[in-house]
Ligand binder design. Structure first.
Ligand SMILES: Nc1ncnc2c1ncn2[C@@H]1O[C@H](COP(=O)(O)OP(=O)(O)O)[C@@H](O)[C@H]1O
Ligand SMILES: [Mg+2]
Length: 324
């Protein structure tokens, strides 16, 4: 799918459905490919997770998108504006936190925002109060940043992003260094930004947080995207685990292995653990039940287990490992 990428910076012409679109984006450090031929498509109006282990190239990709470092190859656009050609127009609509948000510790939160607003359009000054309210920092706005916790700094970072009323927020590991309560607040904040129609791209190495926060995800390893798409669609491509609590598990196993269901069967303490191939229909579960019951095995419980993003991620990466 290719989208319209605006080549003249006419606002009304921006029709791209992608908030971020890259093709063949590549960044090397010597022989080290930090970003390798990345084809990233981030739909507008969603929370999108760029998920991968430390060193996968997440921060580097974000730095390339923002023009903080140059790409060696490839093209990219933000909100339909080709960059670097229209970087200034694009970045006026983008808010970003790269690595950790950096502030002057001896100044208050509000004073830090005043400095940042002074570098933007006049309306940015008016947004300071509402932005502080928005991130739940109004009551601490006049304390020095040096006294802030990591979670408060992250929230002030989001407030700084909001000064530009951005359509796109790019947050590099926004959950880093936060305690569980801080993560919860950050997640709610991201979801509320998306509910307002903004797009939030976040990078993370925390599978769990991405699964809870994001609608869509790109999984990245060693600079390359392994898979991307809506989380629900990706999970639909995962194998299905089925727990079967029954009598005579060894006999049950033999019966199932004789069918053409293609299940991997293990005998567990209370029965069988089955792994069914991706795309297995619900009817197959009923069929397993029939086969067992008709052979005189007593079935107490049949329970499909929804694959989590984590088990799916492990499946994808282990498959990769097989082919290398
Ligand atoms: N400025 C740099 N100079 C040389 N190598 C770098 C630089 N920045 C990042 N790298 C390398 O690029 C790879 C990706 O790093 P990074 O983008 O920071 O990953 P992530 O953010 O996913 O942890 C790593 O191997 C890292 O060592
Ligand atoms: Mg990083």
């Amino acid at each position: 799918m290719s989208a319209l990428v605006v080549d003249d910076a006419d606002d009304s012409a921006v029709a791209s459905r992608w908030a971020v679109e890259t093709h063949g984006l590549t960044k090397r450090f010597g022989d080290n490919v930090a970003v390798g031929g990345v084809e990233l498509l981030v739909p507008r109006g969603c929370a999108f997770g760029y998920l991968g282990p430390n060193g996968a190239g997440k921060t580097t990709l974000i730095r390339v998108l923002l023009g903080l470092t140059h790409a060696d190859a490839g093209t990219m656009s933000l909100l339909g504006y080709a960059v670097p050609k229209h970087r200034d127009v694009a970045l006026a609509r983008v808010g970003a936190i790269v690595d950790e948000p950096r502030f002057h510790g001896h100044l208050t939160g509000r004073q830090n925002l005043q400095i940042l607003a002074a570098a933007r359009e006049p309306a940015a000054r008016e947004r300071i109060g509402p932005a502080l309210e928005r991130v739940g920092m109004a009551h601490r706005a006049d304390d020095r940043v040096a006294k802030y916790s990591m979670g408060m700094r992250q929230r002030l970072g989001v407030a700084a992003c909001l000064l530009g009323d951005p359509q796109l927020l790019i947050l590099d590991e926004p959950m880093n260094g936060l305690d569980p309560a801080g993560m919860h607040e950050m997640r709610d904040m991201i979801l509320s930004l998306v509910a307002e129609g903004r797009t939030v791209v976040l990078s993370s190495h925390l599978l769990d947080e991405v699964e809870r926060t994001c609608d869509a995800v790109a999984i990245v390893d060693q600079g390359r995207i392994i898979r991307q798409g809506p989380i629900l669609e990706l999970l639909a491509g995962a194998s299905l685990d089925l727990q079967v609590e029954c009598s005579q598990p060894d006999q049950a196993r033999a019966l199932i292995e004789r069918t053409n269901i293609g299940a991997q069967v293990e005998v567990g303490p209370t029965g069988l653990d089955l792994t069914l191939p991706a795309g297995t229909a619900r009817e197959v579960i009923a069929e397993i039940n029939r086969v067992l019951v008709e052979s005189g095995i007593r079935v107490y419980r049949l329970q499909p287990i929804q694959a989590s993003l984590e088990s799916w991620f492990l499946q994808v990466t282990s498959r990769l490992g097989d082919t290398q």
